[in-house]
Design a protein around this ligand. Structure first.
Ligand code: SF4
Length: 163
């Protein structure tokens, strides 16, 4: 899928200006493919998030921070994970919802935000209703968050976005 924000990537404050659509990578090491390490029911997020049924967590590979002490170092810094298409991500959201989780929990979503928006759009069309948690490292550009919020407000009025 063509995502114009990836031509000259300024999605996060690093503003690498690389063309991810041509396979170039910036500080986060992400190209134009979604890469995830794990999608599962997480029972041990904060109690208000996991609750009794668990949180439908998707751990995205790579990160726009390069912390040496990251508890998910293999995922965030060594790119462990596998590539999926936007449609696959939408299916993951729906599968997690079907398992009865309280929410979809996007862990380190920043660098993939525009693909995630498309995946949510697809999943919403196929019945995704539970809240979405944007569980980021907080190294975000305000402009990107405004894009996210604008789309959520327009298309997903029943979704709750937690920043
Ligand atoms: S998302 Fe990645 S490529 Fe884009 S500006 Fe941030 S670190 Fe650079």
């Amino acid at each position: 899928m063509f995502i114009k924000q990836y031509i000259n990537c300024e999605i996060c404050p690093h503003k690498c200006k690389v063309n991810r659509l041509e396979g170039k990578i910036g500080r986060c090491k992400c190209n134009d493919k979604i890469k995830i390490a794990l999608a599962s029911i997480h029972m041990y997020e904060e109690p208000c998030i996991s609750g009794k049924n668990g949180s439908g967590t998707v751990f995205f590979s790579n990160c726009n921070m390069n912390c040496k002490f990251c508890q998910n170092y293999e995922i965030s810094q060594e790119s462990k994970g596998y590539e999926i298409e936007i449609e696959d991500l939408a299916k993951i959201f729906l599968d997690l919802q079907n398992k009865g989780v309280n929410n979809i929990n996007l862990v380190t979503p920043t660098t993939y935000v525009y693909q995630i928006i498309e995946a949510i759009r697809i999943a919403k069309g196929e019945g995704l209703e539970i809240p979405i948690i944007y569980n980021s490292n907080a190294y975000e550009r305000v402009e990107t968050l405004k894009d996210l919020k604008r789309v959520y407000r327009c298309l997903f009025t029943r979704f709750k976005v937690l920043f």
